[in-house]
Design a binder for this molecule. Structure first.
Ligand SMILES: NC(=O)c1ccc[n+]([C@@H]2O[C@H](COP(=O)([O-])OP(=O)(O)OC[C@H]3O[C@@H](n4cnc5c(N)ncnc54)[C@H](OP(=O)(O)O)[C@@H]3O)[C@@H](O)[C@H]2O)c1
Length: 228
């Protein structure tokens, strides 16, 4: 049975991914910062899902937090703590948290799980298109999502034959962070006339995890938004 670990699997896209893989009978581990939330979401998603607590802003503790995971075929790194920041009014604390979470935290998860990772397995690392199209307050988000590109490249080479790909959503209209915000200006610039959905992102992630020749790429899921 395929073992899938979704780091940041209790909300948004990560939770949708967990539901998708669990519905296909795969064994799934979802992580949260909070053990109670991880357990509650796992229970909602079904008997083949388990929850685990890990805080990616505390990289020194990640190895111990993931110790009970036995084997990994598919690893998804989708955790995020959003940081609203500008260079003009730079807030170092928030920037440090997000930079630590996505860059050191994501990498340390891979390091910790590597001995238990299937050599034919795959990893998807979540960036985002704020790397190419910044918005007011996205200074740290744009920076870390840009750095995901370099992370994917180095991991794809270093971890071979394990495959590593980057997934970069545009604004995902039905995700918890965006669902209540006015987004007509984004829709009007999107060639498909609609925003990407969590289901679209799940579909793209499953493709990256399962296609055995797609490796070291960066897949945008944005309805063509970047072209306008
Ligand atoms: N939503 C979008 O439109 C969009 C656009 C571009 C890129 N993305 C990327 O897609 C990914 C998923 O985004 P989302 O909007 O679906 O996320 P989300 O709904 O905000 O969920 C974030 C997840 O990260 C976990 N998390 C938060 N802080 C953490 C920490 N310090 N350590 C470990 N886990 C932590 C949360 O768990 P707990 O709260 O339970 O701890 C939750 O499971 C992110 O990498 C994001 O950058 C999303």
């Amino acid at each position: 049975m395929t073992e899938t670990v979704i780091v940041g699997g209790t909300s948004g896209i990560g939770r949708e991914l967990a539901a998708y893989f669990a519905a296909q009978g795969e064994r799934v581990v979802v992580t949260s910062r909070d053990a109670g939330r991880a357990a509650a979401v796992a229970k909602e998603l079904g008997p083949n899902v388990t929850g685990l607590a890990v805080d990616l802003t505390r990289p020194d503790e990640i190895g111990a937090a993931l110790a009970q995971i036995q084997a990994v075929d598919q690893l998804v790194l989708s955790a995020i703590e959003r940081d609203h920041n500008t260079c003009a009014d730079y807030l170092v604390a928030g920037a440090l948290r997000l930079a630590t979470l996505k860059l050191v935290g994501y990498t340390e998860v891979v390091h910790a799980l590597l001995p238990r990772m299937n050599r034919n397995g795959a990893i998807v690392v979540f960036g985002g298109l704020a790397k190419d199209r910044p918005y007011p307050g996205s200074t740290t988000v744009s920076t870390v999502n840009g750095a995901v590109t370099g992370l994917v490249h180095t991991l794809a080479v270093e971890l071979a034959p394990i495959r590593v790909n980057g997934l970069h959503p545009g604004i995902v209209g039905d995700s918890p962070f965006w669902v209540d915000k006015p987004l007509d200006h984004v829709v009007s610039r999107t060639p498909t006339g609609r925003l990407a959905t969590m289901r679209d992102v799940v579909d793209a992630t499953a493709f990256l995890l399962r296609n055995s020749s797609v490796n070291g790429i960066h897949l945008n899921v944005d309805g063509g938004w970047l072209l306008t």
